[in-house]
Design a binder for this molecule. Structure first.
Ligand SMILES: *Cc1c(COP(=O)(O)O)cnc(C)c1O
Length: 222
């Protein structure tokens, strides 16, 4: 199936209030343009170098999201143009994003990544760490960062019940933070969860942003 056909079939499963991030990592610019020409404008990449090269060459009305693990020494390259950084997973990274954003007088949109999977390898804060960041006032002091919500990745498993429970835990944490710390702030709105294999479950559990790669573009060649 072509990219356009894949998109048409995926779009049928995504309600209007959920945004689609087309995960284009490892795919060439020509493939990205097929999705662009089908109307897609949000693309996600997980490596800084690759993102910068694509950003330079592709249309400038694309909203680029960074969805990978970000190293502090690469933050300065992203901050000038990135629309949303999904995987912010340490205080050190928050401080660096804030510092680089301040230098160019920009407010950068970020999501805090929460560790919801059972696997050791997935990055992210624990729910307790995130609550502590809010409680201590650390978040509100980051004047050049706008925390738009949370991001999480479920365990890679066929056990749908487990995946569903993990997404529910992310939604519950989101609701707690929203209620406790962001009640008067309408920018804490996003829950980034769901990929090719589990986005339908994620949407049922409250996702507002799904990150889909291989179901649109096919297998990646590393
Ligand atoms: C690669 C990637 C995706 C897309 O995964 P697919 O299974 O190809 O849809 C989503 N989120 C993150 C964080 C990724 O790194």
């Amino acid at each position: 199936m072509s990219v356009v056909q894949n998109l048409a079939s995926i779009r049928k499963d995504i309600p209007s209030w959920v945004k689609l991030v087309c995960v284009s990592k490892f795919h060439p610019e020509s493939t990205i343009m097929e999705a662009y020409n089908a109307g897609e404008r949000i693309f996600g990449e997980s490596r800084v170098q690759e993102l910068m090269e694509k950003q330079e060459r592709l249309p400038n009305d694309i909203n680029w999201h960074f969805i990978g693990h970000l190293q502090t020494n690469k933050v300065k390259y992203l901050v000038p143009f990135v629309e949303l950084i999904h995987g912010v997973d340490s205080l050190k990274l928050l401080l660096e994003i804030n510092k680089q954003a301040e230098k160019i007088n920009r407010v950068v949109n970020c999501l805090l990544q929460v560790h919801i999977a059972t696997e050791e390898t997935k990055f992210g804060f624990s729910p307790e760490e995130i609550l502590a960041l809010y409680q201590s006032g650390t978040i509100s002091n980051l004047s050049n960062i706008r925390i738009c919500g949370l991001m999480g990745m479920a365990t890679f498993t066929d056990n749908h019940q487990q995946v569903r429970r993990e997404f529910q835990s992310l939604k519950a944490l989101f609701d707690t933070i929203k209620r406790t710390y962001c009640a008067e702030n309408d920018c804490f709105t996003e829950i980034s969860m769901g990929m090719s294999d589990d986005f339908q479950i994620a949407i049922e559990e409250g996702s507002t942003l799904v990150r889909i790669g291989s179901s649109i573009f096919g297998q990646r060649e590393y």
